[in-house]
Design a protein around this ligand. Structure first.
Ligand SMILES: *[C@@H]1O[C@H](CO)[C@@H](O)[C@H](O)[C@H]1NC(C)=O
Ligand SMILES: *[C@@H]1O[C@H](CO)[C@@H](O)[C@H](O)[C@H]1NC(C)=O
Ligand SMILES: *[C@@H]1O[C@H](CO)[C@@H](O)[C@H](O)[C@H]1NC(C)=O
Ligand SMILES: *[C@@H]1O[C@H](CO)[C@@H](O)[C@H](O)[C@H]1NC(C)=O
Ligand SMILES: *[C@@H]1O[C@H](CO)[C@@H](O)[C@H](O)[C@H]1NC(C)=O
Ligand SMILES: *[C@@H]1O[C@H](CO)[C@@H](O)[C@H](O)[C@H]1NC(C)=O
Ligand SMILES: *[C@@H]1O[C@H](CO)[C@@H](O)[C@H](O)[C@H]1NC(C)=O
Ligand SMILES: *[C@@H]1O[C@H](CO)[C@@H](O)[C@H](O)[C@H]1NC(C)=O
Length: 630
């Protein structure tokens, strides 16, 4: 009696709680969650059956090509096209989706194979979201249903979302679809490790028992659940059998995770012969995993608290002791969700449910997430400057330069060296090594916005134009190698301010003018420089001298003198030209009249007279011209 009233009481509390959380959920989630689905490579919007899901036509990609798709797994949405990224488009390519409302999202990317009889390569590549690498496709993924997609829970904090695909030299990344589905802000809250600093990648999601593999959508689940995919499993390696119920289950579809009721209507249970349940999965070693276990007491023979008790251990360590579902939920046919985080050093994660006091273990569903620490990003200013450089330098397409320059750390942009700046908590650029890369462009002034640069090597390219004087403001610059380009103009004075400069190679360019005196002193600091192979440079030992130095007054004097001489020369030339014109004209006239003397150059005075006579207007003009200088 006491026990019953206790159970009753607990049940009431739970019911009230669940009503409250349902209310909260309703208040928090008026309307539909945000959803963006992209059918990669599709020229127009697509809807798929049976749920009439809308997929936007392809957009937001940084490169790649469209192709027809071969779908490797029954799990994948029935889409017909994909986008693939040949290496000639660069080693990293991305989808940059903007105007995503801030929030918490389940992101899912499906992969596919190019439909082409001559194309049987299974590509292997890495995937990053917002600069954090979340997955590395393994050989054989296209023969494994669960591996034909990657899914993760991420926070979008800046209205934009970037997913990148990184070539690893094993074929062209090929993407079937991208889904960005909003979930509850506190979905899968698991304790202190949880939050904006982590991404949860789905490593396993199973529905246990008689249920069919399905999406939340197929189960009639809430859209706030993120349309998870539940792979059906009806027994474990050597243990367990399926049971199911038609009873409705309480405490389902509630905030924050909105699990569909269907999950709790089937289960795997132990038997007399094998009361324990044991599930083992392969994992990446040395990671933390967030484990979510789902229960409901659906066996009609178990009605009392304590009739089924079991312990749960993860890789041998007890994670939950004395679980008794009815005691914890207040009755049969009510959902119970347990979560814990476990650090795994080996390659396997084993979940064992061990019946105690002779009872059999039970489980309804299992979710395992890899907890991935979010990478710090590259300083937004530096990223902006690199984008300017990308176009100014005429960076070849094969270098890519998409996504974040420094992260994921496994895939930085080629030719870019990064350093972590603990003061700002961002990555910054400290080196540019783009020597011999076929650059065809100019050095923009903005390059100096990369204030952390220590080394620049643009040697052996086709850079033209001037050396920007702004380079002199990069205080930490130690190496500046611009040799073997077509840079012209003079060497900026400002380079003399670079007190840490150790190597300055400007040889093999079209530079001219005086080498700044300040640079001449650099070798004293053990710096090495090379100015040779520039026809027009002068002024330091080893180069031609620039001629005498002149005072400002002298320079002005020379300038004046030069202008005067120039003016004289112009006038003289004009006189000579006009006279010659007149002579030629007179000769023509004379020739026409067959005058015997008209050909002689020395008789120009008479020619002019003759001309005067016949063409009065010309005469005035030529007269003025002749008279002026005298
Ligand atoms: C894709 O398949 C369609 C026919 O289903 C064909 O018309 C089209 O040319 C194919 N596209 C490519 C890029 O192979
Ligand atoms: C957010 O995005 C804007 C442009 O979309 C950018 O200017 C800004 O730096 C970003 N902020 C952060 C913290 O990434
Ligand atoms: C997961 O477990 C922690 C305690 O380990 C708990 O604080 C948290 O509320 C649980 N999350 C959910 C969504 O139930
Ligand atoms: C796992 O999480 C703990 C904090 O709970 C942390 O100290 C540890 O470094 C993490 N392990 C890995 C491999 O990330
Ligand atoms: C197991 O049964 C014993 C006696 O029947 C009882 O004292 C004990 O509390 C039970 N343990 C659990 C975990 O229910
Ligand atoms: C710059 O690159 C060129 C060409 O690869 C190389 O020969 C040279 O040593 C590099 N300069 C410096 C200072 O390392
Ligand atoms: C440098 O070369 C560019 C063309 O590449 C030309 O427009 C510019 O006038 C040249 N400057 C000097 C100082 O010769
Ligand atoms: C300077 O550059 C020239 C070619 O322009 C090269 O022959 C010479 O060896 C270089 N000098 C030094 C000290 O590197």
């Amino acid at each position: 009696m006491l026990l019953r009233s206790f159970i009753h009481h607990k049940f009431l509390v739970c019911t009230i709680l669940s009503v409250i959380s349902l209310r909260n959920a309703a208040a928090q989630h008026e309307g539909e969650p945000y959803a963006m689905r992209i059918s990669c490579g599709a020229p127009k919007d697509v809807t798929t059956k049976p749920t009439n899901t809308l997929w936007k036509k392809d957009f937001g990609y940084t490169g790649g090509k469209q192709a027809n798709a071969t779908i490797p797994s029954f799990i994948e949405p029935q889409l017909k096209t994909l986008r693939y990224f040949p290496l000639s488009d660069g080693p990293e390519n991305c989808y940059d989706i903007t105007d995503i409302p801030r929030g918490h999202y389940e992101v899912r990317l499906f992969f596919a194979l190019i439909a082409d009889p001559n194309f049987d390569n299974e590509p292997m590549f890495d995937i990053s979201i917002e600069g954090t690498q979340i997955h590395s496709l393994k050989s054989g993924w296209s023969n494994n249903d669960e591996q034909s997609f990657v899914e993760a829970l991420v926070f979008v904090t800046n209205a934009s979302f970037t997913a990148c695909f990184h070539s690893t030299g094993h074929g062209d990344p090929s993407i079937l679809s991208i889904e960005i589905l909003q979930v509850d802000d506190t979905a899968y809250y698991s304790g202190p490790l949880w939050g904006k600093g982590t991404v949860l990648r789905t490593a396993k999601r199973l529905t246990c028992g008689t249920g069919k593999s399905a999406f939340d959508e197929d189960y009639g689940g809430s859209h706030w659940g993120g349309d998870r995919f539940w792979l059906a499993i009806s027994y474990f390696q050597d243990s367990g059998h399926s049971i199911s119920t038609e009873h409705s289950i309480s405490m389902t579809s509630i905030s924050p995770n909105f699990y569909p009721e269907k999950l709790y209507q089937s289960a795997i249970v132990g038997s007399d012969l094998q009361p324990d349940l044991s599930f083992e999965m392969e994992v990446e070693p040395n990671r933390n995993y967030s484990v979510w276990l789902h229960f409901s007491e659906i066996d009609p023979r178990i009605t009392g608290e304590g009739e089924r008790t079991f312990d749960i251990s993860l890789n041998g360590d007890i994670a939950f002791e004395n679980i008794n579902i009815i005691g914890m939920t207040g009755g049969s046919n009510a959902a119970l969700v347990l979560n814990t985080t476990v650090e795994v050093s080996g390659k396997a994660l084993t979940i064992v449910l061990r019946g105690t006091n002779g009872s059999h273990a039970i489980i309804n569903a299992i979710e395992v997430f890899e907890v991935i620490s979010v990478e710090s990003k590259t300083s937004a200013d530096d990223v902006g400057t690199l984008q300017i450089l990308k176009s100014s330098l005429g960076l070849p397409r094969r270098l890519g330069w998409n996504g974040d320059p420094c992260v994921p750390q496994q895939h930085p942009w080629s030719g870019v060296d990064c350093q972590f700046d603990s003061k700002s908590g961002n990555w910054v650029i400290d080196g540019l090594g783009l020597d011999n890369q076929g650059l065809k462009g100019f050095l923009p002034n903005d390059i100096a916005k990369l204030q952390h640069l220590q080394s620049i090597n643009f040697s052996e390219n086709n850079l033209y134009g001037a050396i920007p004087s702004s380079l002199g403001t990069i205080a930490g610059l130690q190496t500046l190698d611009l040799s073997y380009n077509q840079l012209n103009g003079s060497i900026p004075e400002s380079l003399g301010q670079l007190t840490l400069l150790q190597i300055l190679n400007l040889n093999g360019n079209l530079l001219s003018g005086r080498v700044p005196a300040s640079l001449g002193g650099l070798p004293l600091h053990r710096a090495s420089f090379n100015f040779t192979g520039n026809a027009g440079l002068c002024g330091i030992p080893g180069l031609p001298s620039c001629g005498p130095r002149l005072s400002v007054a002298a320079k002005i004097g020379i300038a004046f003198g030069a202008s005067f001489v120039f003016l004289l020369a112009v006038v003289a030339a004009l006189i000579w030209w006009k006279r010659r014109e007149n002579i030629l004209r007179a000769q023509r006239i004379a020739a026409a009249r067959e005058a015997p003397y008209a050909k002689a150059r020395t008789h120009f005075a008479r020619d002019v007279q003759m001309t005067k006579h016949h063409r009065p207007r010309d005469q005035v003009r030529s007269h003025t011209l002749i008279m002026d200088p005298t």
